[in-house]
Design a protein around this ligand. Structure first.
Ligand code: B12
Ligand code: SF4
Length: 475
């Protein structure tokens, strides 16, 4: 069967670090790897690059089209893509899947879509393709919301989550044509690698643990080593919780070292408390790359702030984790959450913490109720009518305690305290001096775009366009 897998353009990268990151659709590559052995013709098209869906449909002549939906903010774009596919290939079966679709399928239940996968795709997509090929009923394909003449129904639940080793390596050759477009910060091309999936923690703002019921599955050491060995020189590790399993983490570092793997750059994401108890592991990993960065969920500047987010780690861990990582010469990129319910003191506390511990290399996102979390359910009424594109963690979804004008003044001021402020400590020439001549136009373009995050008027304009109080709401 001809199968086309699409990664739509998310549509919303006005704010945030979107312009700094563009990585491969790894979920689609794993699905591709699961479909190929069954004899299917699989094409992956990344619509963040040219051409658009029309050309791909002409080329692939698909009977089955899968559209990925990683983030809540992509919902409307995903539906637009599905409608375009429906027009261009009316006979094709259209399924949507991916993290945001699985965590909260409701908004995607639209006539342009035939099914939504609410589980991983590696086992279920081959099953779906087989049933479609044989013209058999789809109601027994587990893990889906399915559009039927009687309306949307849930198919049976998957008996158990499959082992990640069922599909040991992603079909990276399917995105060969896009490879040079994948980048993170100044590293290009970049490879995305997954070593484990899920998280046993319970941060209130996060949709990952709720989707995976606080489980975490790991790939085998052999599969991960092979993936590192056959990928390029700059690696972004997709795991939400790197170094989670101490014994495995040490074993993996040793296995990579034995295979002679050494990368130009590795980026991982983890928690402060894991770093505090993993100094030995971190020491074992550090020599595996020339530059090694960590995305660290710092989230708040006080113990009460952290416990309000169910972070289950304190400020002591934040400070200690930063110290350990710096001592081992890791780069730290923190992220803090800014609560619409803050008063002025909330902002000042954050600024003092950032200044005291030199955390200017950080992102500051607005605490946003992500669909699929209990937090979302508890405030769903307040977010009614908001366009999904506003769930990018840089929009206010309701009136903040300080009022929108003052809130955005202080929020923009928070970003002005980051290293991205070219009028701050690190000027544009400091950035330019750090890059190769060929990278200068890129870095200038990206920095120019990010300066928007330091301008309250830019946020206010968007807020007023969608705020119920101003009558600007999009319904
Ligand atoms: C890589 C990544 C990114 C990349 C983008 C990747 C891309 N291709 O565009 C970057 C760094 C740019 C990014 C940015 C952001 N991200 Co992000 N990101 C991820 C991350 C770490 C990994 C995704 C991944 O590839 N996983 C590995 C693959 C193998 O798994 P998978 O994608 O889930 O695929 C499987 C299934 O979902 C399914 N599947 C996937 N696609 C499809 C398609 C079909 C048709 C089917 C049937 C099945 C299916 O099958 C696959 C195989 O089993 C996830 C974390 C996570 N746990 O998923 C967060 C995550 C998706 N991001 C998140 C967030 C919050 C963001 C930001 C808003 C953060 C910010 N502070 O700004 C921004 C938004 C940027 C923007 N404006 O678009 C949240 C999502 C929250 C939500 N509900 O919206 C996550 C879950 C992280 C978290 N812990 O909260 N992100
Ligand atoms: S924010 Fe990170 S640590 Fe917390 S539940 Fe989500 S993935 Fe786990």
């Amino acid at each position: 069967m001809n199968i086309l897998l699409l990664r739509p353009h998310p549509g919303n990268d006005k704010f945030g670090l979107g312009p700094f990151f563009c990585v491969e659709p790894l979920g689609l590559e794993y699905i591709g790897a699961a479909l190929l052995p069954a004899g299917h013709q699989v094409t992956i098209a990344d619509l963040r690059f040219r051409p658009g869906p029309g050309s791909w449909i002409k080329r692939a002549r698909p009977q089955l089209v899968g559209i990925s939906c990683l983030h809540t903010l992509e919902f409307d774009r995903v539906l637009e893509t599905a409608r375009a596919v429906r027009r261009l290939a009316p006979q094709a079966f259209i399924i949507v899947g991916g993290h945001a679709a699985a965590a909260f399928a409701g908004p995607l239940e639209d006539d342009a879509v035939d099914a939504i996968m609410v589980e991983d795709g590696e086992v279920l997509m081959p099953l779906l393709a087989e049933r479609l090929e044989r013209n058999e009923s789809l109601e027994q394909v587990p893990g889906m919301r399915l559009r039927t003449p009687e309306g949307w129904v849930s198919t049976p639940e998957l008996a158990e989550r499959p082992s990640l080793d069922l599909v040991p390596l992603p079909a990276r050759h399917l995105v060969k044509q896009h490879r040079n477009g994948y980048h993170c910060l100044l590293f290009k091309p970049v490879w995305l690698i997954e070593t484990a999936r899920g998280c046993p923690h319970r941060c209130s703002f996060c949709s990952v643990w709720q989707l995976y019921d606080r489980t975490c599955r790991e790939r085998s050491i052999e599969a991960v080593v092979e993936d590192f060995a056959t990928s390029g020189d700059s690696i972004f590790v997709a795991d939400d919780l790197f170094w989670y399993n101490p014994a495995r983490s040490l074993e993996l570092a040793a296995a990579l070292k034995n295979r002679g793997i050494y990368k130009r750059w590795i980026l991982v994401q983890t928690r402060t408390d894991l770093i505090c108890r993993s100094a030995e592991i971190m020491a074992a990993w550090r020599p595996l790359a020339k530059d090694f960065d960590i995305f660290l969920g710092l989230e708040a500047a006080s113990d009460s702030g952290l416990s309000g987010l169910d972070k289950d780690a304190g400020i002591k861990e934040s400070i200690e984790a930063v110290r350990i990582a710096r001592e081992l010469k890791y780069g730290i990129n923190g992220n803090f959450l800014v609560d619409p319910d803050w008063d002025e003191e909330g902002f000042r506390q954050l600024w003092n913490f950032v200044a005291q511990y030199g955390l200017q290399r950080a992102g500051f996102t607005i605490l946003t109720p992500l669909p699929g979390t209990d937090y979302y359910q508890s405030v769903a009424d307040k977010t009614k009518g908001q366009p999904w594109a506003n769930f990018d963690m840089h929009h206010l979804l309701w009136e903040p305690r300080l009022g929108p004008e003052r809130f955005f003044e202080l929020y923009a001021e928070t970003w002005r305290r980051s290293i991205l402020n070219t009028a701050g400590d690190k000027g544009i020439m400091d950035w330019v001096r750090q890059v190769r001549p060929s990278q200068i136009p890129y870095i200038i373009r990206v920095l120019w775009r990010t300066q928007r995050m330091m301008k309250p008027a830019e946020y206010l304009k968007e807020y007023r366009a969608t705020c119920p109080a101003t009558g600007g709401i999009v319904s």
